[in-house]
Write a protein that binds this ligand. Structure first.
Ligand code: ZN
Length: 152
């Protein structure tokens, strides 16, 4: 296990459309574990592979529902909307108010390559949408209605 250095806004990898995963390998499973370790070490609730400098469609999320390690995640249904504060490990010291869907369904492969469908609401849905945006080169500051610096 290893903790990655998280890349920050300005790094071009954060703006790329990440590449689809076509094969489950030991190296990919190691990446998922290292990403989880990196997320927990940074007290984050989600992390996308581009944030560790890798243009791959892989995310890890733990918004209180336990750890999800997702490969090629896509939103297949979205309902309603919610607005709340959001931040990002790649944009330290900044938060913004972002409108997201209230409830979503995400289809992905798990770490063994099995296709799964996740239903998510509230914070879990918000984090999934934020991380999936990273795979398309989208950052929360692109969508935020109001942006502010964290005081302190
Ligand atoms: Zn982020």
């Amino acid at each position: 296990m290893a903790v990655f250095k998280v890349v920050e806004i300005g790094d071009p990898v954060l703006r790329e459309k990440a590449k689809k995963i076509t094969k489950i390998t030991d190296a990919l499973q190691q990446l998922l574990d290292d990403m989880a370790e990196t997320m927990y070490a940074a007290n984050g609730v989600g992390l996308a592979a581009p944030q560790v400098g890798l243009s791959k469609r892989v995310i890890v999320v733990d918004a209180g529902e336990g750890l999800y390690q997702l490969i090629n995640p896509e939103i297949i249904e979205a309902r309603g909307n919610q607005m709340d504060r959001e931040g990002c490990l790649s944009i330290p010291g900044i938060w913004g108010e972002v409108i997201r869907a209230a409830e979503i369904k995400v289809r992905a492969q798990n770490r063994d390559g099995k296709t799964i469908v996740i239903e998510a609401a509230e914070l879990f849905a918000r984090v999934l949408q934020h991380e999936i945006d990273h795979l398309d080169g989208i950052l929360f500051v692109d969508k935020a209605l109001k942006i502010a610096r964290i005081e302190g």
